[in-house]
Design a protein around this ligand. Structure first.
Ligand code: DC
Length: 228
């Protein structure tokens, strides 16, 4: 952190690209908080599912999420824990059903407006490594530290499959691949803040790199840009 301005690192990219692991490690290395913005949208996706609302029903979703209290509580190692109406929801938000519902509800503009305001407020004071889909395009477009992580689709689906089966889920690889492609397509083609990047981003293909190598490259790029 230099010159009083908090360090903001924006990390965007599709599902299964390694964003969470890389972001957590990079944040620890830089000594700033880590914010998983997808978890905030997932908390709202969970609420919509619990209420039996169709995620595509924009009016019903916006009403159900307008009254939801999503908040962030500082947790271990500089992480923020996401609370939904005061309840820690991490244990419930990683299922395929919540992933699918979240991708749909996050296309609704009123949902995005609220989450973006919360994310900006959280990071404005202390800075942070923020990961999501629109961090460098919408949440903190002014930061010079923007990364777009990519990886081949088969690699991303393989990682997601390994994660889900390790957590005890019983599903086929093809199912995971289908879900991932459908979600990416939706996240990249919605009207409000689609997943995208421009020349202001450093693109890192993580397909054939270890986590350490990805973190190293990013830390080097940040140091280069921050150097006087
Ligand atoms: O990163 P993730 O897979 O946990 O994100 C879950 C969903 O949330 C994703 O399909 C799209 C949405 N999302 C978003 O629209 N904007 C963000 N900044 C983060 C996530």
């Amino acid at each position: 952190m230099r010159g009083g301005a908090p360090l903001i690192v924006a990390i965007d990219g599709p599902a299964g690209v390694g964003k969470s692991t890389v972001s957590r490690r990079l944040a620890r290395r830089l000594g700033v908080p880590y914010l998983d913005t997808g978890a905030m949208y997932r908390a709202l996706g969970l609420r919509v599912l619990r209420r039996g609302i169709d995620p595509a029903d924009r009016a019903a979703v916006e009403a159900a999420t307008a009254e939801a209290a999503v908040s962030l509580r500082p947790a271990a190692e500089g992480r923020y824990e996401v609370l939904l109406d005061g309840e820690p929801v991490e244990a419930w938000i990683r299922t395929p059903e919540v992933s699918e519902a979240t991708s749909t509800i996050s296309a609704h503009p009123a949902v995005r407006r609220r989450m973006v305001a919360l994310q900006q407020a959280a990071a404005r004071e202390l800075g942070g490594v923020l990961e999501g889909r629109d961090i460098g395009t919408r949440v903190f477009p002014e930061t010079p530290h923007k990364f777009f992580l990519t990886a081949r689709t088969d690699v991303r689906a393989g990682r997601r499959f390994a994660e889900l089966t390790a957590a005890g889920a019983d599903l086929a690889y093809e199912q995971v691949l289908d879900d991932l492609e459908r979600r990416d397509h939706r996240d990249s083609n919605r009207e409000d803040s689609p997943l995208t990047h421009d020349a202001s981003y450093t693109v890192v293909d993580t397909s054939d790199l270890t986590i350490d190598e990805v973190v190293e490259r990013m830390a080097e790029a940040i140091a280069r840009i921050s150097a006087p």
